[in-house]
Design a protein around this ligand. Sequence first.
Ligand code: ATP
Ligand code: MG
Length: 870
Amino acid sequence: MNSKEIRTQFLNFFKEKNHKIVPSAPMVIKDDPTLMFTNAGMNQFKEFFLGNSTAKHSRIVDTQKCLRVSGKHNDLEEVGKDTYHHTMFEMLGNWSFGDYFKKEAIEWAWELLTEVLKIDKNRLYVSVFEGSNDDDALAMDHEAFDFWKAIVPEDRIILGNKKDNFWEMGDQGPCGPCSEIHVDIRPEEEMAKVSGASLVNQDHPLVVEIWNLVFMQYNRKASGQLEPLPSKHVDTGMGFERLCMVLQGVRSNYDTDIFTPIIREIETITSSKYCNQEKTDVAIRVIADHIRAVSFSIADGQLPSNTGAGYVIRRILRRAIRYGFTFLNTKQPFMYRLVKVLAETMGNAFPELKEQRQLIENVIKEEEHSFLKTLEQGLVLLDTIIQKNKGNEVDGRKAFELYDTYGFPIDLTSLILSEKGLSLDEEGFNLAMQEQKDRSKSASEVSKEDWVVLSDDAEQEFVGYDVLEADVRLVKYRKVTSKKDGELYQLVFNLTPFYAEGGGQVGDKGYLEVQNGDVVYILDTKKENNEIVHFAKNLPKHLNGALKAVVDKKQRGRTEANHTATHLLHQALREILGNHVEQKGSAVHSKYLRFDFSHFAKLTTDEIRAVENFVNARIDGQLPLQEKRNAPMEEALAEGAMALFGEKYGDTVRTVRFGQSLELCGGTHVKNTADIWHFKIRSEGAVAAGIRRIEAITSDAVKEFYFENDRTLYEIKDLLNNAQDPVKAVQTLQEENAKLKKEVDQLLRDKAKNLKGDLQKELQEINGIRFLAKKVDLDVSGIKDLSFEMGSNVDNLFLLFATEQNGKALLSCYISKNLVAEKNLNAGNIVRELGKYIQGGGGGQPFFATAGGKNPSGIDEALKRAKDFL
Ligand code: ATP
Ligand code: MG
């Protein structure tokens, strides 16, 4: 069975059991401060488990793109070394939200694996939570045990500890016992020798976990206490690549049809062979794995960068590049050439790969280029470190610097050192690494207290599309402490006019008016687990009192102008540059807007003008906002609404229309484009290969911009004596200036000519040398010209000129070339010697040299001494 069929079989099996098939959520998570990437199928359903909102379908089935490279689940260092952990993988899952529980979950999993997919029952083991000694609330999962016992021989049921059989989302939140299903794919002879049961959860590459059935029944509070959840849920996750390995009868995920086409391509491009040698094989697996993680991220809109999620992606890509560099000898970009085959093998299940192929290739290629350059520079730097090194061990801190500042991989450093018979002081390196980690950790550490719940309103309403003030009630609050912001309170209301940061738009600020006239300021608004959370420095005095929530109107208004302008800009770019333009990110602030989009060339001045004109024409057109708050997704798309890659949309969406611009958008907008007043682009540039960025301003910011320009112009006019036409006045000034410069040059030249005549008369004859040492009033180049001109008229010449300019002294020595040879004279040495008197130094050629110094009062002495050299 090929992988495509396996995926379909899984989905259809549960569809027949009344599950709704839903698409994978994006792998890159944008609006959740607690998680960068989806690391399990359950992430997108978190809010249902927490009870913050209710699922529309109580049974769901899907395949979810996951990435385990940071935070709680980080498999990065395993990947490539073993054959069954990936960075990016698909997690197949079936879900029950308050519907069926352990019995069905267990029976159906068994039915699917053994009856539909026909996996040999004698190769399967299941595990059940044995209970925990250190936590009273955690008893053994007898329920699950009994359901399993009804279908599986007891000796195949393994009791597991808290680490393997109790699943927790994080330090806080929903959790519960789980049952894992493991499969033994060893050859039969080996199975006869050692029992599979003894190898479960022992990191054996051929006895692996394929499916985890989690039974969510508790909520863990910040205090560590467990409380039962109001309704119970099922969350299952099966590794798709592992399942394919089992069903396709191979012993490594990399030997399934998911990976073999990529591996063949790597072999071709790098002229290496998979299955020859451990190091090569690891490198090939790393590359085959990482190209997926990186491509899927870019398709989801996350480009490699220097911070946050972008940095994680950059590191993954670099890990693959350096494996290639070190073990496959790839010195040119090559990873980008794998995108084609990846898009061919996975593009049907994940069309974003096909649609964005070109962009993905460009971005990866550019990254490869610059990292290969870094590697080369790093090699040079490492060489200097090695040369300067004393002893056999190289300072770990130096290696850390190389790693930290230049991104030069530490394993490469070790390798190179060992090739040269040196060793790395690993302790020093680790220490430096730890220190840095501690620094950044303490800066980002946030501690959260438990929510204090005042009332149990399940769902919270956002009323901020219509009003900026509302009477609200505090539903719950908690204290959060971080180094960055100190102590803050998070407040959740029954309803709120405050917009929470999302879709690129910043969160609202404002205040709460408390009954007794007090005011509590709201500093920011964010979404956490789909709840709108308000941040404040303090709490209202009477927690249950009446509150009026008031949004900062000015900031909101400016932000809205920028958000609507962003839509118009998007439309303008597609009209003017073409339909290949896709939004790749946006930031809508009150002071400016930023828009990233795919396009392959710098915008010309004409294009920028055209874009501005296009947007301003729509502002002048006074287009009203037309929104639909609950449009079915298909209907919105059929109407031509712009949806973004990597964005998560529900079944119903909000659409925002201004004239021909129609977007799916949850943000807030002006009521009429006339409110934007004016749109002005401030900058256009590249952010990555094939991605451009425009920064622009609207409304008050444009006014301020023009006001500033106006003031500058006024000042210029003032300096130009109130010229009517300042441009012309500046041109005239420039012309006059050029003319004057020419005249001055001519005058100086004339002066030098006259001087030459006078000075020739002053030459002294000493030992057949014509000699003159004198202070002149010329600049450096004037002196040089003078010396050479005299030299062309007079033979056997020795000149020493001195001049004083801006408090500094200059000496210049000219000696006819024949004298240099015959009398063994050297102008360079002479000025160096004489330079002492003016407290300076210099040099040059034997026939002409200069010296500068800071002591003009030494000039006379220097001139006097010149004769000594003859
Ligand atoms: P393991 O112990 O093998 O790392 P896990 O306990 O971390 O697995 P879960 O978090 O329960 O796994 O995830 C559910 C399923 O997803 C696993 O049973 C496995 O099949 C699959 N899975 C987990 N991590 C990976 C990974 N890094 N690559 C591929 N599949 C994975
Ligand atoms: Mg794991």
